[in-house]
Design a protein around this ligand. Structure first.
Ligand SMILES: NC(=O)C1=CN([C@@H]2O[C@H](COP(=O)(O)OP(=O)(O)OC[C@H]3O[C@@H](n4cnc5c(N)ncnc54)[C@H](O)[C@@H]3O)[C@@H](O)[C@H]2O)C=CC1
Ligand SMILES: O=C(O)C(=O)Cc1ccc(O)cc1
Length: 356
């Protein structure tokens, strides 16, 4: 397992590269992407060498970390090469049925093993500049079959490997990943159209709106192939959601106060139950601390100094100071225990209001 090629050094490919290097500095990582991406990756020690598809026969493991449509084409190209030693090929695509079918149909040489992969963490950011060695920490990493070589190679990602059947994977991710991206983009577009006659929309949109629409900032080159690759399951989720919205609409028009109360109470209970689940899956930032801090110089550093012994996974600073936003600082932790320790430290040392 000496030579690893990563094709596609965007958010996922470059974060995987950093994760591999963390535990396996001995392996050599070759990158394939556009020249300027490779320059950046080389300069920032994300890869060890620039490479090209033609060098694939010298590799032990190859990652396809491009958008799904390119990954499908790459499998076609790889199938045309003749391999003279065992090679493991894996991908990171957000759907699994189509790519596994493509690999099964085309990667038929006995020396080639294909294992489907999908790290269930990411962000709306893209590209090599967003590389993050901690991106996959504690997240599930779906594999289509057991493969110790891959798990060992990826140990530095600190992810949790899970074997999932491709069809089941695509149905579940339609619900919790693909469909939410459609909702986020729809919500932004609906509001944008509305703002034409109601310009206040842009000023009054608050924290809830921001939370709901963060993932609308994502990339069409990534999401278009995902939706086209998983049509049945996604359309089913859309239809079921329409029925849910119709139900709410009906309760409102019938002034069904009890029904509306139940609707929100059940949603709240379900969300809270999800938060205490051990595995956090693709839902990031569950262990969040929301802090209202005064608008003073050095305030962020002061908070960070208080939390210096606790591992922080993400920090967001909101500049707006409105009552309906949780607070100006959002700090994310890896687990509930760290979050509670942080809350205790902050309340002892400051009078900053801790949000719910
Ligand atoms: N962004 C996310 O949160 C997650 C994405 N994924 C999946 O991982 C894959 C990669 O996603 P990201 O890293 O976010 O995308 P990205 O847009 O950040 O990076 C994709 C990279 O692939 C390169 N590329 C495209 N076609 C190529 C080709 N034929 N040869 C070489 N390089 C090529 C692009 O230049 C770009 O640098 C996608 O299939 C996506 O569905 C999986 C989990 C999370
Ligand atoms: O930004 C987010 O919260 C995500 O939902 C990240 C994500 C995007 C695509 C995937 O296939 C898996 C995870």
């Amino acid at each position: 397992m000496k030579n690893i090629m990563i094709i596609g050094l965007g958010l996922i490919g470059s974060s995987i590269a950093l994760g591999i290097k963390r535990d396996h500095p001995e392996v050599k990582i070759y990158g394939v992407d556009q020249e300027k991406t490779l320059d950046y990756a080389l300069k920032n020690d994300i890869i060890d060498e620039k490479s090209a598809l033609g060098a694939v026969n010298q590799m032990d493991v190859v990652f396809l970390a491009t958008p799904l449509d390119s990954a499908l084409e790459l499998i076609q190209s790889l199938s045309e090469l003749v391999f003279d030693h065992p090679i493991l090929i894996t991908d990171t695509s957000s759907t699994k049925v189509e790519i596994l079918a493509q690999a099964k149909a085309l990667l038929t040489q006995p020396l080639v093993t294909f294992v489907g992969g999908h790290p269930m963490a990411g962000s709306h950011k893209s590209g090599v500049h967003a590389a993050d060695v901690n991106l996959f920490e504690n997240a599930y990493y779906v594999l289509s079959q057991e493969n110790e070589t891959l798990k060992t190679l990826l140990s530095g990602l600190h992810a949790k490997f899970i074997i999932v059947d491709a069809k089941e994977h695509d149905q579940v991710t339609a619900q919790v990943s693909h469909f939410p991206h459609i909702i986020a983009s729809s919500l932004i577009q609906q509001s944008n159209h509305y703002a034409k006659n109601h310009p206040l929309v842009n000023s009054l949109a608050a924290g809830g709106f921001r939370d709901m629409t963060r993932i609308a900032e994502t990339n069409s080159s990534m999401w278009t192939p995902i939706l086209l690759s998983n049509p049945k399951a996604i359309i089913q989720r859309i239809e079921s959601f329409k029925a849910q919205l119709d139900g709410v609409s009906k309760m409102i028009s019938q002034k069904d106060e009890k029904g509306i109360n139940n609707f929100f109470d059940s949603g709240k209970k379900m969300r809270q139950r999800m938060e205490i689940l051990e595995g956090r899956g693709a839902i990031p930032n569950f262990y969040d601390l929301y802090l209202s801090v005064p608008d003073e110089k050095g305030i962020v550093l002061r908070v960070l100094a208080l939390l210096q012994d606790i591992s922080i996974t993400n920090i967001k600073i909101y500049e707006e100071n409105r009552e309906d936003i949780h607070g100006q600082l959002q700090i994310s932790f890896k687990n509930e225990a760290d979050l509670q320790r942080a809350k205790a430290l902050i309340s002892i040392a400051t009078d900053f209001k801790i949000g719910e």
